[in-house]
Design a protein around this ligand. Sequence first.
Ligand SMILES: Nc1ncnc2c1ncn2[C@@H]1O[C@H](COP(=O)(O)OP(=O)(O)OP(=O)(O)O)[C@@H](O)[C@H]1O
Length: 354
Amino acid sequence: MIILHELTKTYGSNKEAVKALKKVSLKIQRGDIFGIIGYSGAGKSTLIRCINLLEKMDSGKVTINGIELTELSPKELRKQREKIGMIFQHFNLMKRRTVYDNIAYPLKGKGLTKVEINEKVVKLLELVGIKDKIYSYPSQLSGGQKQRVGIARALANDPEVLLCDEATSALDPQNTRSILNLLKEINQKLNLTVVIITHQMEVIKEVCNRVAVMDAGEVVEEGSIIDVFSNPATDITREFIAKTMGYEGLDELINQNFLRDPGQYELTVKVTFVGQVTGQPFISRISREYGIMVNILFGSIESLQGIPFGSLVVSLTGNEGKIQEAIALLESNKIRVEVLREYGASKSNATQCS
Ligand SMILES: Nc1ncnc2c1ncn2[C@@H]1O[C@H](COP(=O)(O)OP(=O)(O)OP(=O)(O)O)[C@@H](O)[C@H]1O
């Protein structure tokens, strides 16, 4: 388990001082794929570099699998750091060395024979799926292949933890997906704890089981992917989710579809549902049973950690009381209902509720 306790980091001093981390605490369980998301400047890189003490903190404690890194001598720390692999956005490969040499480099000086090093490099290249590139140079590889070399190099010393610093940000969507799949595979095969920092919620959605959201040097929200996606607690998290789920531009869509007949009651809601309930026809049921007209403005179903996660934005038109009863039915079935806009008969004016 990784325990970060009240990490604080300030760059510069006096007027120029930037508080990059403000008492950040987190617990990351062994075997987690833990995502840390935030906009540029939120403090993500500083935080991930504090996990292996590449960054010197002002105060705080880092404990990994029971060993408090912040208390170790430089020599002991070097030893412990071997259990923490790291990969980077721009791969950080040695350009003038072959793939073989890049991966063999961290194995040197460890008392291994040439044959043992050779075996290990080949095994790692098989694991990351680019054995055929063993004697290529980085310039002869695609971005995705370079990152595979970076992953193989990070795994050379059989680490317990893999830190990924924006590891897919320089890759196209296809390579991003394949690298994320590789990280998932490695996490499962090697029972490796993976910490990913990113500014893309797609990355979190694709592989992580838990997520922490950072803003201005603080963790503002943390939880399982399902909990955070289905019930985000902060505006910044809602923004990240909106981007990845395609909710952006919804306000405009709602306005375009806004029924402006004062004789009608209309409620526009976002319904979010997780798990088995996604397979049930609740929308047609409320339409039928409560005599409500349902206009679907937006819909999506995604898989989060293999669990279906759906969201719909619908306009419900009809009797206000019946609509409220229908909403109660949805909520009693653990479907989250968020009112986006209300308009109509029993209200004299349109009200925007979101
Ligand atoms: N070496 C440095 N000297 C001074 N300020 C720094 C330094 N490194 C980072 N900062 C500042 O600390 C804050 C956090 O930076 P950090 O790089 O950790 O954020 P980030 O979330 O990783 O951003 P990005 O996604 O852009 O890399 C920012 O305001 C940044 O300008």
